[in-house]
Design a protein around this ligand. Sequence first.
Ligand SMILES: [Zn+2]
Ligand SMILES: [Zn+2]
Length: 90
Amino acid sequence: MSTQTSERVESIEHLDFTPECCASIHQGDRPRASYITDQHGCGGGPLCIACMKVGRQRFNEIVVLEGAVNCFACKQSFRVFEDCVQVTPL
Ligand SMILES: [Zn+2]
Ligand SMILES: [Zn+2]
């Protein structure tokens, strides 16, 4: 796992700014993001700690209720959050 993410982590470290949380579910003032997410090429972006927590909770709730989460873009189904979304801490 670490070998797969090292290239991405290095490229993030070259950013000279910290992006703001971009989550549509975010309420109130937008803090600096703590994570960069990549939804297997179908989306993603910078997220704050709270939105990451909510997103992960919602994912797991849908898996419990419906058995899997279907990507809105590519229609792949996922049962494990980490398989669907690659998370890089900033
Ligand atoms: Zn947020
Ligand atoms: Zn997808």
